[in-house]
Write a protein that binds this ligand. Structure first.
Ligand code: COA
Length: 336
């Protein structure tokens, strides 16, 4: 019997309307378009505005986009996983809120906390439910409202992050497409370099935690930069070696969009021309768990069935990994 794999059979995405460009940011902190473009490679990022509007708002939009495109009845979805570090609240989970609002009433739903690797970890987790036959339809979401955790007085962090959501549908396949291999890691040794100190059970919100700005992202840029390049390239090389992938037969590297220089250095270390990388960092910035599905969403019309993709991510924790995905359909063909 042919092996059952989890194929990505559709992609949805959503970016909030408001665009914060480098010129506006330069009026908020001491920076410039030139510095941000040369050191990070981001021109603008989308920001979710509105009182009481959280990450689930964007997740709902992305999932509705996905289910409409694929013409899938929400009641047939078995499992919903949402990678996020900016949940609407501690509980109910954001996945649960999205499932409810999108009418996925028969699904069980949970959030997965792995920062910028959240979607990748969710994709691999969801694929196991498909491979074992425990689920036939899994929706995996990556969504973050980073504007809720960015200190807009900190010039080393505020240019990097934006808000957004992406989602994919996983379904069983026997034609050799889907999530074919993965190499995932975490190491809390790196946690101190990229974290949010307060707001959890160790340091619940107090006047002092707010005064100390402990509810915002703390980032030691250079340590994170080095770890991102070496870890993303190492796992990508491992995936290439294990699966007979070469720079010639890889169609795209789908790298986490943290910094254009991180993407370029990773591509160089695995011997891939930067033209083979999916890149949309300039217009969306780092949307944390949403970068990978938003890349797939952005490039969907250009992809062909059988394309070889390596998805690679790195994030707070540290967390990192890579997955080999063979694409399951041609471009924007939703008649399948
Ligand atoms: C944050 C980051 C862009 C900083 O770039 P860098 O080249 O490492 O810069 P440094 O931190 O060495 O700072 C160099 C100088 O630029 C300044 N600087 C930092 N941010 C600036 C900004 N937005 N505008 C202008 N100057 C800035 C610093 O204050 C420093 O000035 P000094 O030399 O007078 O002290 C870079 O380290 C990075 O991208 N790291 C990875 C972050 C990341 O990917 N996070 C998400 C991971 S999932």
């Amino acid at each position: 019997m042919a092996k059952i794999t989890a194929a990505i059979t559709g992609v949805g995405g959503y970016l909030p309307e408001y665009i914060l460009d480098n010129n506006e940011l330069s009026r908020m902190v001491d920076t410039s378009d030139e510095w941000i473009m040369s050191r990070i490679g981001i021109k603008s990022r989308h920001i979710l505005k509105g009182e009481g509007v959280g990450t689930s708002f964007m997740g709902v939009k992305a999932v509705n986009d996905l289910l409409e495109k694929c013409d899938v009845d929400p009641m047939t979805v078995d499992l919903v996983i949402c990678g996020t570090v900016t949940p609407d609240m501690f509980f109910p989970s954001t996945a649960n809120l999205i499932a409810h609002k999108c009418g996925m009433k028969k699904a069980f739903a949970f959030d997965l906390s792995a920062a910028c690797s959240g979607f990748l970890f969710g994709l691999v987790t969801g694929s196991k439910y498909i491979e074992t036959g425990a689920a036939r339809r899994v929706v995996v979401i990556g969504a973050d409202k980073n504007s809720s955790i960015v200190d807009y007085t900190d010039r080393s962090v505020s240019p990097i992050f934006g808000d957004g959501a992406g989602a994919v549908l996983l379904e069983p396949s026997t034609d050799g497409s889907g999530v074919l291999d993965a190499d995932l890691h975490s190491d809390a040794d790196g946690g101190v370099h990229l974290c949010i100190k307060a707001g959890g059970s160790a340091y619940p919100a107090t006047e002092e935690t707010v005064r100390n700005r402990w509810h915002y992202i703390h980032q030691e840029g250079q340590a994170v930069f080095k770890a991102a390049v070496s870890n993303m390239s190492d796992v990508s090389l491992n995936i290439m070696q294990r699966n007979g992938l070469t720079p010639e037969n890889i169609t795209y590297l789908v790298p986490h969009q943290a910094n254009m220089r991180i993407i370029a250095a990773t591509a160089q270390r695995i011997g891939l021309p930067v033209e083979k990388c999916m890149i949309n960092i300039e217009k969306f910035g780092n949307t944390t768990a949403a970068t990978l599905p938003l890349c797939l969403w952005d490039y969907e019309s250009r992809m062909k069935k059988g394309d070889n993709l390596i998805l690679a991510a790195f994030g707070g924790g540290y967390t990192w990994g890579a997955a080999y995905v063979r694409w399951a359909y041609d471009g924007g063909d939703f008649s399948r």
